[in-house]
Design a protein around this ligand. Sequence first.
Ligand code: IMP
Length: 211
Amino acid sequence: MKITVATKNPGKTREISRILRSFLPDVPLEIADLTAGGAFYESPEETGSTFMENAEMKARCAWEKLGPSAGLVLGEDSGLEVDYLHGLPGVRSHRFSGPAATDEQNNAALLKKLEGVPWEKRTARYRCAMVLVDGGAVVARSEGTVEGFILMAPRGTGGFGYDPLFYCPELGKAFGESSAEEKNKVSHRARALAGLAPVLRRMCQTQRENL
Ligand code: IMP
């Protein structure tokens, strides 16, 4: 079963691919993303006010550009919500400190905004919304979150994005200090994918029956 993840972020594709293969070990999966055609593929502007709206926009846009060759299309939008900042960076996580911001610049901007804020007020969560499109129509939606705290300084080099600043109480360490297996057990992305796995399993069964 072919799935195109509507992203150019290889960090996300890597995680989604590992998680889906662990949920569906018996389903033959071919997972692609938009990096191959990256030079000409214009990502849609993320104008939605929620992760779910943006996830759907990304999935529909990829389907319109790629058509049936994409197989199923998985739209994903995710980010960090910091309670002290009333939910920011939220849907602006990728471009928190400017349109072409690097992860390092975003992390520095976040630390600056939380300067002097005590530990108990540094609560945050990652949120991930996913939309599955088949033949141009939305067939499933799912959302996942993981709760944590924003550290006073980066820890570790694992993961991507805000991971060195995200302390996960469930793991007892920062995502930046965690292995891929550890992060994938509890992450917002894994929890969103857990909602989609039964749908994908059923679709695979139907495909087999129709062969
Ligand atoms: P998107 O490509 O618009 O969905 O951007 C999501 C942004 O949210 C990423 O560029 C990261 O800054 C942040 N983000 C989402 N998920 C994660 C994660 O698992 N780890 C670290 N940062 C994340």
